[in-house]
Design a protein around this ligand. Structure first.
Ligand code: FMN
Length: 170
């Protein structure tokens, strides 16, 4: 698959087979995240890798997407380290790039992943549940697992609707 195909075929995967994901695969996903661009190269992302039933249960009560949390093999909680922030918008964008890198890497390895943002409504509950430092602000939880076979349809607006200015080469 070329890069565009990889991007276009990635879907949010919310159902998993239960087959274990190896530590090495999780490390590869984190590695992709770590190589995201960031303003001033400040690399503001921090990660917690959650694999135990007990911790998943503590996170599940913080979101209406508890089924995804409990059904996943691994959760990667992604935080922004407030101590290294230089511009809140740009730092949040960098963490977004980091998360997308991880989603694409998971997809490229045949794994399924889902970016969970609704859980941010209970960000402090999550932070305390995993004993993250106070200066770590939750940005997302990424659920990872082997995808249950399913035809997941992607839907996007046509480019014509999105590009509002397209100058021609002179
Ligand atoms: C910032 C953000 C927050 C999201 N939060 C959730 C979430 O809480 N629960 C969920 O099931 N999917 C969540 N998603 C996944 C989106 O629903 C999904 O990316 C979108 O519907 C497009 O589908 P696709 O990823 O399969 O292309 C989130 C995605 C982003 C980027």
């Amino acid at each position: 698959m070329n890069l565009l195909e990889l991007i276009q075929t990635r879907r949010s995967v919310r159902k998993y087979t239960g087959e274990p994901v190896t530590d090495m695969d999780i490390d590869t996903i984190l590695e992709a995240g770590r190589w995201a661009p960031s303003g001033l190269n400040n690399q503001p992302w921090r990660f917690a890798v959650i694999r135990s039933k007990e911790t998943k249960k503590r996170l599940a009560v913080a979101t209406k997407y508890s089924t995804i949390i409990l059904g996943s093999d691994t959760l990667i909680a992604v935080f922004l380290d407030r101590l290294v922030i230089y511009d809140k918008t740009k730092d949040a964008q960098a963490v977004g790039a980091c998360i997308q890198n991880m989603l694409l890497q998971a997809h490229g390895m045949g794994l399924g992943a889902c970016w969970l943002g609704q859980i941010l409504a209970k960000a402090e509950m999550v932070r305390q549940a995993i004993d993250a430092p106070e200066n770590y602000e939750l940005m997302a939880v990424v659920a990872v697992g082997h995808p249950e076979p399913a035809k997941l349809i992607g839907k996007r607006e046509e480019l014509d609707k999105l590009v509002f200015l397209r100058e021609k080469i002179q």
